[in-house]
Design a protein around this ligand. Structure first.
Ligand code: 6R9
Length: 643
């Protein structure tokens, strides 16, 4: 089959780069073009220069890229460094030492600040604790903790001594934790008695106990438990230790050894659409370089920014843009422990105001949820400290984008819609704030050094602006995954196999417009085939969200005798429209999709729902809706499902 994916939705709004922004940005148009040209001419020289300039090396590298076992690429192989030293010790010179590294707000409103010097001390204490537990370089440590400072400390302590962390999101079940403990073969588990979430306590330690039942095939010998909620828990003699007791009496001096550039840094599980979650493996120098550069470029981080990425450290966004990227840049990172709407829907805006947040990075799911609640919650607060807004996780529907820009950003902040994946380590395609004009719903252009393309089933580049295909990356980059933990075949087959190892295949569909801007159309697996027209999910959903009554929408294909597939839509209404007549609305929405896209995409049925099945990181799980709409039994992995 040579068919590409049809695009019918044309979003023409354009918001130029604010001039004041371009003048001060780390990257402007000419610098961006210079970097792209350099990367094109000599990729290895390009990456080598950046790696020397931006990382602190113990042993400099002489070799940039080893392609000997492609697609298992290796970077900076004969160099060595320490990731934690790059994120902390580097910033202990002069006044920076007393700069806030982390500002944390608990769900109960308590606030804690840690300077770089204090962070250094906490990480050293805990790294020595791990050493005392005979954790050696390369050993796996599973972290199942709330969004508290100690979770960041635990990650950096592992990095400091070369242990490989695997963070399991605190919202995951005992079962999900058990699978990840078994797959990593970790000997140590770090957890807490409980986590606060939406005014309730999530019993983390109890989940951990269930995951650790004797009949399971884990290797855990030691559990270190942070006291957070004071929940009554069982402590198993000889296995369980309190965090505060474990660090008592440890030395605050902990040498940071030089580790090889390719030393594994972490494993993070990501759910495939079929089969077991994959343990995505990232290594040290290349990952850190990319997390650092992309934080600097995309968020234009400056000395006095107070930066907040709302992701939990259980996701890649939390790894790259709460911990490694911003700290490597010496930034001040804000962390929030709890639920976004707790105790009221203005919690986020109250924190932006009180902490003077200047850069905010969140997900479309959150933006749509706030939009659904209405503007009044936002208007209660002074958000003038904001200067840049970021988005990640899903395509941003243009109407949600406009709301984000106008209502949250006061019409003055560039919106940086970052397309990337757990596997890519950091941002790949984004409108850099001093470089690219914004188009609502587009993630714009590849970052310096990144070569992205859209190709058809044959792997040939598509050049028509109204045709989409596979989004692929055709040159290796330092932040790329190094494999799937324990399963090299799955790495090759999932990400490279289809086009004979020529491209990294992201699994998303996308198109490029006449300016070369990328528009992500959804996951390839979710593409609908209506009367022979292949349609991505994002455009139809955006056409629905463009209706003033709609806050969020998801579409799936259901079998249809004549058309092959018909469009079935699930729609969430804004709070102010919940009482509207459904028949009238259905007709209006069908007309709206016909207007904006064409009759081909008109939904056959529309379901008004209160919620959509989402992953814990807020992505709509269309495969579950599809199964539901088709009346099929759900057989896929649902360990990442929210409800
Ligand atoms: C960082 C992260 C990756 C998938 C990716 C794509 C979707 C992420 C997006 C986006 C459109 C964006 N995605 N960012 N789609 N525009 N700005 O989310 O990693 O959890 O591995 O998910 O998320 O479908 O392939 P991960």
């Amino acid at each position: 089959m040579t068919q590409s994916i049809d695009s019918h939705l044309n979003e023409e709004r354009l918001f130029p780069v604010p001039e004041t922004f371009a003048a001060r940005a780390h990257l402007d148009q000419s610098e961006y073009q210079r970097l792209q040209a350099e990367a094109e001419r000599d990729p290895e020289a390009f990456w080598g220069t950046l790696a020397r300039e931006h990382l602190l090396w113990e042993q400099p590298f002489s070799r940039v890229l080893d392609q000997g076992e492609a697609p298992f690429y290796r970077w900076f192989t004969d160099g060595s460094l320490n990731v934690a030293k790059n994120c902390i010790d580097r910033h202990l010179q002069g006044a920076q030492k007393h700069k806030a590294a982390l500002i944390w707000e608990g769900e109960d409103g308590s606030v804690k600040t840690l300077t770089y010097a204090q962070l250094h001390r906490e990480v050293s204490l805990f790294a020595n604790t791990l050493r005392g537990e005979k954790v050696e370089s390369g050993d796996r440590v599973v972290i199942y903790m709330p969004m508290v400072i100690e979770a960041v400390v635990a990650m950096l302590a592992c990095a400091r001594i070369g242990a490989v962390h695997s963070v399991v999101f605190g919202g995951f079940s005992a079962e999900a934790l058990k699978d990840r403990l078994e797959d990593t073969g970790a000997r140590i588990l770090l957890t807490a008695d409980g986590a606060y979430r939406g005014g309730k306590i999530v019993p983390l330690k109890r989940h951990a106990d269930q995951a650790l039942l004797r009949e399971h095939e884990h290797q855990v010998e030691r559990v270190i438990v942070l006291q957070r909620t004071g929940t009554d828990i069982d402590m198993l003699d000889g296995r369980d230790l309190w965090w505060h007791e474990a660090i008592a009496g440890q030395s605050a001096h902990c040498p940071a050894p030089a580790l090889p550039a390719e030393h594994p840094l972490f494993i993070l599980y990501t759910s495939g659409s079929t089969g077991k979650p994959k343990g995505i493996l990232h290594s040290s120098a290349g990952y850190l370089l990319w997390a650092k550069l992309t934080s600097r470029w995309s968020f234009d981080l400056k000395e006095d920014d107070v930066y907040w990425c709302t992701a939990d450290v259980g996701w890649i966004t939390g790894h790259s843009y709460v911990v490694y990227g911003p700290l490597a840049n010496g930034a001040t990172v804000f962390l929030y422990e709890g639920a976004p709407m707790y105790p009221q829907p203005d919690r986020f805006w109250s924190m932006v105001e009180r902490h003077g947040i200047s850069v905010l990075y969140t997900a479309p799911t959150a933006v749509r949820a706030f939009m659904k609640m209405g503007d009044s919650w936002v208007k209660k607060h002074d958000l003038s400290s904001l200067r840049l807004l970021g988005s990640v996780g899903e395509p941003m529907n243009p109407e949600a984008w406009i709301w984000y820009r106008d209502v949250i950003g006061g019409g003055k902040c560039p919106i940086v819609d970052t397309w990337w994946q757990t596997e890519t380590g950091g941002h790949m395609i984004a409108p850099l704030p001093g470089v690219s004009a914004n188009k609502p719903g587009s993630c714009a252009l590849p970052l310096p050094g990144i070569s992205a393309k859209v190709v058809n089933e044959q792997g040939e580049e598509i050049d028509a602006a109204d045709q989409g295909g596979y989004l692929v990356i055709d040159r290796p980059w330092p932040g790329m995954l190094r494999g799937v933990w324990g399963n090299p075949e799955r790495y090759v087959q999932t990400y490279w196999g289809k086009f004979g190892n020529r491209y990294y295949i992201a699994g998303d569909s996308a198109r490029r417009d006449k300016d070369g801007y990328f528009w992500v159309m959804g996951r390839i697996d979710d593409v609908l085939n209506v009367s022979g027209h292949r349609l991505g999910t994002a455009e139809i959903e955006s056409a629905l969200v463009a209706h003033p009554a709609v806050a969020e929408a998801a579409v799936v294909g259901i079998p249809h005798e004549i058309k092959g597939e018909a469009v079935s839509a699930f729609v969430i209404l804004k709070a102010a429209h919940q009482g509207d007549d459904h028949d009238q609305l259905s007709a209006a929405l069908r007309a709206q999709v016909t207007d904006l896209i064409g009759a081909i995409a008109r939904p056959d049925d529309i379901h008004f729902v209160d919620s959509l099945p989402k992953t814990r990181s807020g992505k709509i799980m269309r495969r579950l809706l599809r199964a539901q709409a088709r009346g099929e039994e759900i057989t896929q992995d649902i360990s990442t499902l929210e409800d």
